[in-house]
Design a protein around this ligand. Structure first.
Ligand code: SF4
Ligand code: SF4
Length: 214
């Protein structure tokens, strides 16, 4: 009765815990360092962080950022710098979400959220403008009609993780090297890889001066 064995497998599968989720009704938690749609951040006083330096555009391997800086209006500045990002555009038909723009930015103006569920039906919607990228008066990313934001997707931007995590020089572990952000203030440092594993890696043995090759 070999076919009954087959049905045993079938019925067992019916009651087994499911590993799939009903996407898009339900989304899985995203990895902490996921790179998604960018935001242009503002300081806690509402000033824009972008100073229009174009470093992000220069480093972008996909050549998808267009920035034009302009001098701040005396008495009514947009950013605390001499200049501000007058035009800022990202073409999402080209962006590969490598995060190099975020690394290059000297003022932490551009960071990436975890949102990647955004789609468009025409080219102009794919080119995000400064008006769409800059965070709102609550410091949070704007929710555009064609984007599917869920709780947590704006919580920890990738650059914040890197700035406080021990991924690079271990002496920066736990150090907050990040200016206050509108809507978030100064966030606590991320624990990171060392925080999850308190045991430091073993120090490699020093080479023996007399035992090497001659
Ligand atoms: S994430 Fe990479 S490809 Fe996208 S805009 Fe930034 S530098 Fe360019
Ligand atoms: S986002 Fe940063 S790197 Fe790009 S122009 Fe503005 S300040 Fe410069």
């Amino acid at each position: 009765m070999g076919y009954l064995d087959g049905f045993k497998v079938t019925f067992a599968k019916l009651i087994e815990a499911r590993t799939t989720t009903s996407y898009p009704e339900e989304k899985r938690d995203k990895p902490a360092r996921l790179h998604g749609r960018h935001v242009l951040n503002r300081y806690e006083d509402g000033m824009e962080k972008c100073i229009g330096c174009e470093l992000c555009a220069g480093v972008c391997p996909a050549r998808c950022i267009y920035v034009r800086g302009a001098d701040n209006e005396p008495g009514n500045p947009t950013s605390p710098g001499e200049r501000f990002g007058f035009v800022y555009e990202i073409n999402y038909l080209r962006c590969i979400h490598c995060d190099l723009c975020v690394e290059a930015c000297p003022t932490q103006a551009i960071t990436e959220s975890k949102l990647f569920e955004f789609s468009f039906v025409n080219r102009s919607d794919a080119i995000y403008t400064k008006a769409e990228l800059v965070v709102g008066d609550d410091g949070k990313p704007q929710h555009l009609p064609w984007e599917d934001w869920r709780p947590g997707e704006d919580e920890q931007t990738s650059a914040w993780m890197r700035a406080t995590a021990p991924a690079g020089d271990a002496s920066y572990e736990g150090e907050v090297a990040w200016s206050g952000e509108l809507g978030y203030g100064v966030r606590a440092p991320e624990l990171g890889q060392r925080g999850e594993d308190p045991e430091p890696p073993p120090v490699p043995a020093q080479a023996d001066d007399h035992g090497g090759h001659h």
